[in-house]
Design a protein around this ligand. Sequence first.
Ligand SMILES: NC(=O)c1ccc[n+]([C@@H]2O[C@H](COP(=O)([O-])OP(=O)(O)OC[C@H]3O[C@@H](n4cnc5c(N)ncnc54)[C@H](OP(=O)(O)O)[C@@H]3O)[C@@H](O)[C@H]2O)c1
Length: 257
Amino acid sequence: MITGASSGLGAEFARQLAPRCQTLVLVARRTEPMEALASELRLEHPDLSVGVLKADLTQSADRAELLKQLASAGLHPDLLVNNAGMGDYGEFVKSDWSKTEAMIRLNVEALTALTHALVPPMIEGGGGSVIQVSSLASILPIPDFAVYAATKAYVTSFSEALRLELREQGIRVTALCPGPVHTNFGEVARRQQTGDESPFREAFYVDAKQVVKEALSGLACNAPRVFPGWKVAAAAAVIGVLPLVLIRLAMGTRPRR
Ligand SMILES: NC(=O)c1ccc[n+]([C@@H]2O[C@H](COP(=O)([O-])OP(=O)(O)OC[C@H]3O[C@@H](n4cnc5c(N)ncnc54)[C@H](OP(=O)(O)O)[C@@H]3O)[C@@H](O)[C@H]2O)c1
């Protein structure tokens, strides 16, 4: 089951998982792009069964309905890709609270609730895997991206602890921590039309195909975290050894959004 499968990384996960799965369940709010993707995948993989489920994952009622639909179809996902997520660029104090609240509900609450509901049946079934889509932002406090970075810090920390809890029970948990990727993410996160990305940031962009390919190979070798692309991996390695005081200095002088 892939959440946030109507665009970006979620749709790419569906494309790359299709040849390896019997059944794919695609979840998001917009059904039209998911139905189009499902038709494309059914044509390419005639033995594949693809289900499209509409849910606003910020809503607990929608999540409950989604779980009900899975149960009534007799589906027990053995791979959960918790990918649905959103960001919000700009100062925290000037943020629209409804957007900030939705971001926390989606990035933190929905991801945790789906993991809580779907991992126990995986354990009963003898094994399974979870990819928690986090971000490079999870290892940095980022001004003008403060709540997003904090939600992803939660995701990476939760993922690391959960994989230790579940390691004896045949469940793999991998945190996928991409740097920037060209998807709809920027459009959703942007508060108003702004200029192009700085060339420095642009240099870190990694193609969605590459991100998903590295995520799936990381899961296959049970990697705790995957930072796709060598520049992003190198940046993560440097950040990991820098003292907090230098990180504060660097973040304090970074161009504002
Ligand atoms: N792109 C990047 O630079 C980047 C970098 C690091 C991490 N990430 C992470 O990668 C993940 C995927 O993002 P993306 O880059 O592929 O962006 P995207 O193209 O905007 O995709 C986001 C997906 O989440 C779904 N979604 C949003 N709100 C939802 C809701 N309330 N209920 C259900 N589904 C919802 C969207 O579908 P609907 O709108 O149809 O609901 C869409 O399918 C996110 O967790 C993001 O934080 C992205």
